[in-house]
Design a protein around this ligand. Structure first.
Ligand code: 13P
Ligand code: SF4
Length: 365
């Protein structure tokens, strides 16, 4: 999405000035404006958030304040869209920087998914029994697609429950856009990644598969990935274990299967936080997820050794686009009665996308 440049008066402010003006704008706006912050946001944003959480928690938190008429979503575009879908029509959802997308979400679009569906129909015939499941990291129209075709949304918190439910509704699952979360989830449910899963490459005929392979697969996994989580490796795990005997390896399920299998624990960002928080003082943790979250954990719990599994800094570059000066710009506009950067999901998309999100919230409650 295109983001208009910040007005010049917002580009040269000191961090302290931005901070105090955000406080002032928030106070002026009162409880009708709620700020949500994803765990990957930088500390200078998180300190202003009324609620912080993972994608699942924030999807639910979007509706926590019946008095709210505006939600400022400090996260990425698909999260703001989900909040717009799940909140009543009068609630406006604002993304402080419209260029804050998700590169994984961009790896599947509605045209590619429709084409895949048609090809599956051709191969599997009238008796096709495929349930589409989209990771919440996807555009609203893909959520609409799954809602319209009997499927559900999932998050990294509830993927096993959502996929297990999908397999009660049909014989196969088409999982997009993250092949790794799909594979990890299928493996966790007892399916064999080698013999029961195929990868669908949207740039190849039949996704790069034979008709026979598609017929015998239980899982059709979209060829998408997260560029942050793809960086974590077996070598990093071996190094952490060699250098810190007794260390716990804790990773996000967007990592590759071999990394998840070699780790001691895996789960969503909310799970990662709870696991480290409930650990013994003195325990050691190498964490395979985004650096802002890992650094915050290390700062908040100095009595534990906590570091990022990848020694190279690995921020989510799109989450990072929510700079405090953008937050300030959106809030001060609101104080002046001007709504900038509203994310609006068109009604015809919203209808089925809401069915898919509500299904997730019901199935995984
Ligand atoms: P969580 O739902 O675990 O917060 O993950 C969202 C995400 O984008 C991870 O890369
Ligand atoms: Fe998307 Fe990966 Fe960033 Fe999460 S960490 S928002 S999946 S690019």
């Amino acid at each position: 999405m295109y983001q208009v440049p910040l007005p010049p008066e917002y580009t040269d402010l000191s961090a302290e000035e931005i901070r105090s003006r955000i406080h002032a704008a928030k106070a002026a706006l009162g409880s009708g404006t709620v700020i949500l912050g994803h765990h990957y946001q930088r500390d200078e944003i998180i300190e202003h958030a009324d609620h912080r959480g993972d994608s699942y928690k924030l999807a639910k938190d979007a509706n926590l304040h019946p008095e709210a008429h505006t939600i400022v979503f400090c996260g990425v575009h698909f999260m703001a869209e989900s909040a717009d879908i799940l909140t009543p029509d009068h609630v406006k959802v604002i993304l402080p920087n419209l260029a804050a997308g998700c590169s994984m979400a961009d790896m599947a679009n509605i045209f590619q998914v429709r084409k895949c569906w048609q090809e599956l129909q051709r191969v599997l015939g009238d008796a096709m029994s495929v349930v589409p499941v989209t990771y919440i990291n996807s555009a609203a129209n893909l959520k609409g697609f799954v809602g319209e075709n009997g499927g559900t949304v999932c998050t990294s918190t509830n993927a096993p429950t959502a996929v297990a439910w999908a397999l009660t509704q049909g014989e196969k699952v088409l999982f997009f856009p993250d092949q790794h979360l799909g594979r990890n989830t299928g493996a966790r449910l007892g399916y064999d990644p080698e013999t029961e899963m195929v990868v669908w490459d949207p740039f190849k005929p039949l996704g790069g598969n034979t008709e026979e392979a598609i017929r015998s697969a239980k899982f059709i996994l979209w060829k998408g990935h997260c560029s942050v989580h793809k960086r974590f490796s077996l070598e990093q795990i071996a190094k952490a274990r060699a250098e810190h005997p007794g260390i716990n390896i804790l990773v996000h399920p967007e990592c590759e299967l071999e990394v998840v299998n070699a780790a001691d624990f895996n789960g969503s960002t909310e799970y990662i936080i709870k696991t480290v928080e409930s650990a013994e003082p003195g325990s050691k943790w190498a964490v395979g997820t985004e650096i802002n979250l890992v650094n915050r954990l290390a700062k908040e719990m100095p009595d534990r050794l906590i570091f990022c599994l990848d020694p190279q800094i690995c921020p989510c570059s799109t989450m990072y686009r929510i700079h405090p000066s953008f937050l300030l710009w959106t809030l001060e506009n609101l104080v002046n009665g001007v709504v900038v950067n509203q994310v609006v999901v068109p009604d015809k998309v919203k209808r089925f996308a809401k069915i898919a999100l509500d299904r997730m919230l019901t199935v995984c409650a």
